[in-house]
Unconditional design. Structure first.
Length: 156
C-alpha cells in the first residue's frame, strides 16, 4: 500500500511540476492600422522613378533639386495633408507649410487617394512604421502609353 501511495504522490507531483512549467501565452500587440502608421508623422521622399514599357526606368529622384529632397508631407487625422518646406528652400519666400489637399487610405490600406486639384489613387506595396512605398500607373494622353511612377517615403 505504501508503494501505491508513493507512486500516486509521485505522479501528482510530476503533473504539478510539468503544469507549472507550462509557458504563459502572451497576447501579441495588435498590428497598427495604416492610418495609425502615417498620421501625425513627417514623411520625406527618398525615391521616385518612372517606368515606360520597353524602356529602362528613369530615376526622377536623382534629377530633383536638393531643396526639394528635404521637403516633408504630414498626413493629419482629419484627412488633410500639410506640405512642409525642408531646411533648404528653393525660394526664400516659400512658406514653411501649406495645405497639400486631402488623403484617405482605401481597400484595406492597399490604396492611398490624394486630392489636391486632381485626384490620384496610388497602390501601396509597403506601409510600415518607417517606410511607405507605392506606385501609380497612368495613361499618357499624347502618346497613349501607360507609364508607372513609383515612390518611396521614409518617416523623418
Amino acid at each position: 500500500m505504501k508503494t501505491l501511495k508513493f507512486i500516486a504522490i509521485g505522479i501528482a507531483a510530476s503533473s504539478l511540476m510539468f503544469s507549472a512549467c507550462k509557458k504563459e501565452e502572451t497576447k501579441s500587440d495588435p498590428k497598427p492600422t495604416g492610418s495609425s502608421i502615417i498620421v501625425g508623422k513627417d514623411w520625406r521622399l527618398i525615391g521616385l522613378t518612372i517606368s515606360i514599357p520597353g524602356q529602362p526606368a528613369t530615376d526622377l529622384y536623382a534629377q530633383m533639386d536638393a531643396c526639394d529632397k528635404d521637403d516633408l508631407i504630414e498626413y493629419l487625422a482629419n484627412g488633410s495633408v500639410t506640405d512642409k518646406a525642408g531646411a533648404t528652400k528653393c525660394d526664400p519666400a516659400e512658406p514653411d507649410s501649406q495645405n497639400g489637399g486631402t488623403w484617405a487610405l482605401l481597400n484595406n490600406d492597399t490604396q492611398l487617394r490624394l486630392i489636391n486639384g486632381d485626384t490620384s489613387l496610388y497602390n501601396i506595396q509597403e506601409l510600415s512604421a518607417n517606410t511607405m512605398r507605392g506606385s501609380i500607373t497612368e495613361l499618357d494622353p499624347v502618346s497613349g502609353v501607360n507609364y508607372t511612377t513609383s515612390f518611396t517615403f521614409t518617416k523623418n
